[in-house]
Write a protein that binds this ligand. Structure first.
Ligand code: TYD
Length: 209
């Protein structure tokens, strides 16, 4: 596989979703063949699964159902979108990937990590990102941003604040375990400062600086 696979991670309200389009545009202007996508969703089947996961009416969803639905959406995006693009030599930027399952379902909901890693291997066929950017934001600030503007308030945003604290601490743990793959960016900075930092990191990794 000759492309380059970049994933974005972070607690809710970290601002990934508004940073990615600007970054993709910047890279395209530098002649990079970029594909952006997101999880859950990113395919026709995945988008249908996403609606079930997010629906505020689905209060009765068991935590195991939620885990499996995220993986169902993931299989589709890996096979239909990410692998073909990487084979074609493209740079793929995905808004969330397998690490979200480790952070949210693993650390957040305290599901067995060994089992989750096996499940992730099943869902992804072992496809790992080359680079993962963590947009790190204070939990309360993230939730404030989420409530104020950016996007719809969904079933998952409704979890108690302690859950979000575990998610953030979980991300920090994942960075510590694999420091070569992860780069942590301070998402408390201004939008512009974050964008500049992201550009710098990615150009360097793509050897374009
Ligand atoms: P989304 O509206 O895409 O929000 P964000 O902009 O924060 O990515 O919602 C995705 C939600 O799904 C988010 O709360 C994280 C959660 N999630 C998991 O719990 N596990 C997963 O494997 C994935 C991909 C997402």
């Amino acid at each position: 596989m000759s492309g380059f696979f970049i994933t974005f991670e972070g607690p809710d309200g970290c601002g990934k979703t508004s940073q990615i389009p600007a970054l993709a545009e910047f890279l395209r202007a530098r002649g990079v063949n970029v594909l952006t996508t997101r999880e859950p969703g990113g395919t026709e089947i995945g988008d249908q699964v996403r609606r079930v996961i997010m629906d505020l009416r689905n209060k009765g969803m068991d935590a195991r159902t939620e885990i499996l639905l995220f993986q169902a959406s993931r299989v589709q995006i890996v096979e239909q979108v990410i692998r073909p693009a990487l084979h074609a030599g493209r740079v793929v930027i995905c808004d969330r990937y397998a690490d979200s399952t480790l952070a949210y379902q693993g650390y957040g909901h305290q599901t067995d990590m060994t089992f989750l890693r096996q499940l992730l291997h099943f869902a992804t066929g072992g496809l790992q990102p080359d680079l993962t950017l963590l947009l790190d934001v204070d939990v309360e600030e993230g939730l404030r941003r989420r409530q104020k503007g950016g996007g719809e308030w969904n079933r998952l945003d409704d979890y108690e604040v302690e859950f979000h604290h575990r998610v953030r601490a979980g991300y920090h743990q994942l960075v510590a375990e694999e420091p070569d793959r992860w780069v942590m960016v301070d998402a408390m900075q201004s939008r512009e400062a974050i964008q500049l930092e992201l550009r710098e990191i990615i150009l360097k990794r793509l050897s374009l600086d």
